[in-house]
Design a protein around this ligand. Structure first.
Ligand code: GAR
Length: 190
């Protein structure tokens, strides 16, 4: 039986879309739910266009009332994927999904992680510090920002002429290439 994936995202959702499409032709898993803490996030439109159930939730539903956890249980979710999700993921959900919550970060952790380090801010810091390489990290989620066990990393050089935008664009390509496959490997190794 196919494993059921839920994606959490806060913004544009290009990774979410890439994962949705990848799993349309996979026998190992399928994306059945896309959730966002931003009512007008582009990711929700993208998921709807792909006929995937997509829902907005507020902070109380995530942290206090247990509504988001109920939803994940009602949808019989096997794996939770954070793809550009910018809120702290709550401990009570991690507890119910041990080693079943993963995140992608657009840098080589443990460098450039932590609260406030997301998207553009990461690439700006990497360039400002004159790093010669950057990359992506896919990791299990624990109760600290960007500190869970690392599952996969891939790197690319930072070019002398790179701007945060050009670096972000190459990092995105790396994410599209690897993230779905890492998810698939996790589902099959289960
Ligand atoms: C991705 O680059 C992802 O690695 C990053 O946000 C971007 C979302 O892009 N995540 C973080 O920075 C988490 N700390 P997308 O919405 O186009 O997929």
């Amino acid at each position: 039986m196919k494993k059921r994936i839920a994606i959490f995202a806060s913004g544009t959702g290009t990774n979410a879309l890439n994962i949705i499409r990848y799993f349309k032709t996979s026998s190992t898993g399928e994306v059945v739910l896309v959730l966002s803490n931003k009512r007008h996030a582009k990711v929700l439109e993208k998921a709807e266009c792909e006929d995937i159930k997509s829902l907005y939730f507020d902070k109380a539903s995530l942290y206090e009332s247990g509504k988001v956890l109920d939803l994940l249980e009602n949808y019989e979710i096997d794996l939770i994927v954070l793809a550009g999700f910018l809120l702290k993921f709550p401990d009570h959900i991690i507890k119910e999904f041990p080693r079943k919550v993963i995140n992608i970060h657009p840098a080589l952790l443990p460098k450039y992680g932590g609260k406030g380090m997301y998207g553009r801010y990461v690439h700006e810091a990497v360039i400002a510090n004159g790093e010669e390489e950057s990359g992506i990290t896919i990791h299990f989620v624990n109760s600290e920002y960007d500190e869970g066990t690392i599952i996969f990393q891939a790197s690319i050089p930072v070019l002398p002429q790179d701007s945060p935008e050009s670096l972000a664009s190459r990092i995105h390509k790396l994410e599209y290439k690897h993230f779905p496959k890492v998810i698939e490997n996790l589902l099959t190794s289960d």
